[in-house]
Design a protein around this ligand. Structure first.
Ligand code: DGY
Length: 323
């Protein structure tokens, strides 16, 4: 491809880190987002007719209707993200369009964010900081602002893939938590103690903290209202996967009804919408989808997307092909 006379036209839908954009600009006729705003669906649909490749991210929905259009020119979609729930990958496969993602490079950063949420909600960090910032702190108190210790408590992991395992490892080896998990297929070689349970229900019923690591985008959330109803009233839930990995309405109702102790969200069902009820609660920590947001990791994700693009246009196997 580097010897090709005509550089492939590539549309980069959101801003990437400078280093990655420079690399793209050297090899491709690349068009970049100037304002870093999500493109409207009509513009994305049109882009499929105008560009050989797209570089989207989680905010850019690429639907079956868009992909099935006669005359679509795009042959390759290099998603900047490990989750591809923004793309109808089955429709892409049917249309003969390759899709790649960016696994591994964001595992540790996302696991760190899950731990950040776990610590934040169990130690009531938001409520405490809010009180302080509002000038309501009357000084040190033995009985004020008490949270819950996580040492010796049970962490329930829903989805023991790469990120679920990285969270469990940190929690077990770094914070002395006991790990239970549910995973569709058997998991081996963890290197720390963890007990696999045979259903999400079983995990929900025993966990003091639940951490969700299953994909979204399937229509029905994998963690349902019935699962949430199984949680202990003293339990917390954190979600760094996708907003629609769980039934967000049911989770908010459980929080509002004090049927669980608190929750940490890095992802939401209809981003960037965050329900007002949730924004008013003090026993939740709300982050704006920053699970992998470090300079290093977002740069590594960008490079991985470009590695996939390069491989596609050079006729090599993609380093991380989804379909
Ligand atoms: C991912 O990679 O899936 C993260 O959510 C960021 O997009």
């Amino acid at each position: 491809m580097r010897n090709m006379l005509v550089k492939p036209r590539v549309l980069v839908l959101r801003k990437l880190t400078a280093e990655v954009e420079e690399r793209l600009a050297k090899t491709y006729e690349a068009v970049f987002s100037l304002d870093d705003k999500p493109m409207v669906p009509e513009a994305i649909a049109q882009a499929l007719y105008d560009y050989e490749a797209l570089v989207p991210t989680v905010s850019d929905r690429i639907t079956a209707v868009m992909l099935k259009g006669a005359g679509v020119r795009t042959r390759m979609i290099a998603n900047v993200g490990v989750g591809c729930s923004n793309i109808d990958v089955a429709a892409a496969r049917d249309a003969g369009i390759a899709v790649s993602n960016t696994p591994d490079v964001l595992t540790d950063a996302t696991a760190d964010t899950a731990l950040l949420l776990i610590l934040s909600v169990t130690r009531r960090a938001f409520a405490a900081e809010k009180m302080l910032r509002e000038g309501r702190w009357g000084g040190f108190s033995i009985v004020g602002g008490l949270g819950a210790s996580i040492q010796d408590k049970v962490l329930g992991i829903i989805g023991m893939g790469r990120i679920g395992q990285a969270v469990a490892r940190r929690a077990a080896l770094g914070f002395g938590m006991k790990i239970v998990y549910y995973n569709r297929s058997p998991v081996s070689g963890l290197g720390f103690e963890a007990q696999g349970l045979d259903s999400i229900d079983a995990v929900m019923a025993v966990a003091d903290v639940v951490s969700v690591h299953v994909p979204g985008g399937g229509g029905t959330p994998l963690v349902t209202a019935a699962h949430i109803a199984r949680m202990k009233p003293s339990a917390y839930l954190v979600n760094t996967a996708r907003g629609d990995s769980l039934d967000q309405t049911a989770l908010i109702a459980a929080l509002a009804g004090k049927r669980i102790a608190g929750a940490g969200f890095d992802v939401f069902a209809k981003e960037p919408e965050v329900p007002e009820t949730l924004r008013k609660m003090e026993n939740v920590t709300l982050l704006p989808h920053i699970g992998s947001a470090t300079e290093e990791v977002r740069t590594a994700m960008g490079h991985m997307a470009v590695d996939n693009l390069d491989a596609y246009f050079e006729g090599r196997a993609l380093p991380s092909r989804v379909v």
